[in-house]
Design a binder for this molecule. Structure first.
Ligand SMILES: O=C(O)CCC(=O)C(=O)O
Length: 289
């Protein structure tokens, strides 16, 4: 990953004003200006292709495998912890620029990566067939009940111009204020309308569905309780993104709540209150060393 960034860390400090932090807490998400250069985006797109061909930059311990992918399939591809095996993805999802912004938004001094996602949403096939690639409305925290705080933040990095035509993300404005909704772990359910009806019927607030339109290199940051999802990619180009899920430095394990694939990294004697620290959860902010 080329070291040059669009903004210096000092400029990031200036970018995330109190008004930005207020907007994030009011609306449940915030879109940044461009954080990645054209060269970085090109490298990340190439890294994506290598990742899906399973050309790995590093060996991986057997516990966490990356199974072969059918490169001709029109199904959504989604893997977690791609940063383990791809150095370009690693640099992006542990970027201090993203970490510094998340620190301001989460109002914390220390930010760690909880895990990442590498997401590839194919477009329409040459013969017009499609698998839609919808991502169901969900709250990220619906999967993260083993974490001690809902004050977690996701950064979604657009690797091309992204809008509703290519299945860009949509957020439900203000929904982070509704608390955790039962059964909100529906990433893999494609019927957005049915899910919207179910959640809206719970009457926690108005269902305001807002497209999260991003230029390549821009990043959206959403709260772990903000409902979000995405519709079909109706273009002939895939929609590529890398995603950093982040936690504040004092986030610890809550036992007996919910399984999550990352919990295995706590080891065989995991205990209530154990901090998510160490190599599996790299510190993004402040920069170490
Ligand atoms: O890529 C999408 O459409 C959804 C991504 C998502 O759920 C997330 O970044 O938390």
């Amino acid at each position: 990953m080329p070291p040059e960034a669009v903004l210096s860390l000092a400029e990031i400090e200036e970018l995330v004003t109190d008004a930005v932090v207020e907007e994030y807490w009011e609306r449940g998400y915030w879109r940044s200006p461009r954080l990645f250069t054209d060269d970085q985006i090109a490298e990340l797109r190439a890294a994506h292709e290598r990742f899906w061909r399973r050309e790995l930059d590093r060996e991986i311990p057997s516990q966490y495998g990356f199974t072969p992918v059918d490169l001709n399939s029109l199904k959504l591809r989604q893997d977690c912890n791609g940063w383990w095996v791809n150095d370009t993805i690693r640099a992006a999802v542990t970027s201090p620029h993203i970490g510094a912004i998340a620190a301001r938004l989460m109002k914390t001094d220390v930010v760690r990566l909880w895990h990442d996602q590498v997401i590839y949403k194919p477009g329409v096939g040459p013969d017009g067939t499609t698998d839609a690639g919808n991502v169901g409305w969900h709250q990220d925290f619906g999967y993260w009940k083993a974490c001690s705080t809902t004050n977690m933040c996701t950064a979604w990095v657009a690797l091309q111009d992204t809008d509703l035509r290519n299945g860009g993300m949509r957020t439900i404005v203000g929904s982070h204020r509704w608390g955790l909704i039962e059964g909100s772990d529906m990433f893999h359910t494609k019927d957005l309308e049915a899910l919207a009806k179910t959640y809206a019927a719970q009457g926690k607030g108005e269902w305001i569905d807002e497209p999260c339109i991003l230029k390549a290199g821009e990043v959206s940051f959403h709260h772990a309780l903000t409902f979000h999802g995405s519709g079909p990619n109706n273009t002939h180009e895939p929609r590529l993104s890398v995603v950093a899920h982040m936690m504040p430095g004092d986030c610890v394990y809550r036992s007996g709540q919910q399984w999550h694939p990352n919990l295995v990294f706590l080891g065989p004697n995991a205990r209530e209150g154990q901090p998510f620290v160490g190599d599996y959860w790299p510190q993004m902010w402040p920069v170490v060393g």
